[in-house]
Design a binder for this molecule. Structure first.
Ligand code: COA
Ligand code: MG
Length: 306
């Protein structure tokens, strides 16, 4: 996987030439070119062709990374979607409505055949999994880390996990997502938290879900700040206007960088000690890890900008 940051990942309907062009100029770290819910079934054939052409034209340029959301395994359309776009060498595929790790294993085997058929290195297509769109999928997420330890080849493809409420709501028949105070109803909080925990246990990126009210920048900023505070590394976007807000929230601030550098320096000065002090506060390995994470994100952001 590349060292590029994944702060903002902007969905772009794969059948819209205009939005594809806008997406390129949006400043997003990644585009998720969509063949699933935002494309009407009768437009899918056209969209597949257009997405391939878009990839072939733009995939070599430095930013943004180009991902494709294919249809789910259960839809019966995934094989044709993947066959249509893999020759364009997307950074990876986004998998919707995943029901279990067994889905990922099956999809990974299918991709091996398609990669080999296109002369691509087998295993080169990364996967970003939307793990909470079906009730079965949410219940299965806690088993991913153990399954990944057994199925090494498919696990190496996993780049990140994300979550969503729209399809889960529909599957549950849920009409309400938030409490009056704005916090999530328990089932959706469970989806969010389980996604975060599973991603951390797998050692892959945790990406927060979409904020659908795309004209409400303040609400988006609040939600993104909460996500970052909890450990998510980035957030999905559905509109170009959301990208700068998300990028800003997920970029380490000058103060955070300063703190991280001081933590690292304090450990260096303490030569080998597992615990030391910084300005009257105890710091130990968890602080060192957080400092490393902040420095790594900052380095990725600045290498992308250069
Ligand atoms: N990617 C790229 N460009 C986008 C965009 C997106 N996701 N969303 C909007 N734009 C473009 C519009 O085409 C428009 O450009 P134009 O003035 O050159 O035509 C500009 O940004 C402003 O758009 P705006 O008028 O504010 O929004 P809209 O009413 O055209 O579109 C949505 C609203 C929700 C339909 C649109 O944002 C969208 O398609 N989002 C992605 C939906 C999606 O992929 N969903 C699946 C995952 S949940
Ligand atoms: Mg959906």
């Amino acid at each position: 996987m590349s060292g590029a940051p994944l702060r903002s990942l902007l969905f772009v309907p794969g059948d819209s030439e205009r939005k594809l062009a806008k997406g390129l100029a949006s400043g997003a770290d990644a585009l998720i070119v969509d063949l699933e819910d935002s494309v009407a079934p009768e437009r899918l054939g056209f969209a597949r062709g257009q997405v391939l052409e878009f990839l072939q034209t733009n995939v070599a340029s430095a930013a943004p990374e180009l991902w494709v959301r294919v249809n789910s395994l259960a839809s019966g359309r995934l094989y044709e979607d993947a066959t249509a776009v893999l020759a364009g060498r997307p950074a990876g595929l986004v998998l919707p409505k995943v029901d279990s790790y067994a889905d990922i294993e099956r999809i990974a085997l299918t991709l091996e055949a398609i990669e080999a058929g296109n002369g691509l290195p087998v295993g080169s297509t990364a996967l970003l999994v939307i793990g909470t769109e079906t009730p079965a999928g949410l219940l299965a997420l806690p088993s991913y880390p153990q399954a990944a330890a057994v199925h090494r080849a498919s696990a190496r493809r996993l780049a990140g996990l994300t979550w969503g409420m729209e399809d889960l709501s529909a599957a549950l028949g849920a009409r309400v997502r938030h409490n009056p105070d704005g916090t999530l109803r328990p089932v959706f909080e469970q989806a969010r938290t389980t996604c975060l925990l599973a991603a951390a246990a797998l050692g892959i990126a945790a990406v927060d879900g979409v904020y659908v009210d795309f004209r409400d920048a303040d609400g988006l900023r609040r939600e993104a700040e909460q996500a970052r505070g909890d450990g998510f590394g980035g957030k999905l976007a559905i509109h170009p206007g959301q990208v700068p807000v998300i990028n800003a929230v997920f970029t380490p601030s000058a103060q955070e960088l300063e703190w991280a550098r001081r933590v690292v320096a304090a450990f260096e000065a303490a030569a080998g000690a597992g615990v030391t002090a910084l300005e009257g506060q105890m710091i130990d390995r968890p602080h060192w890890l957080l400092a490393q994470r902040i420095l790594a994100t900052a380095a990725a952001v600045s290498s992308e900008a250069s």
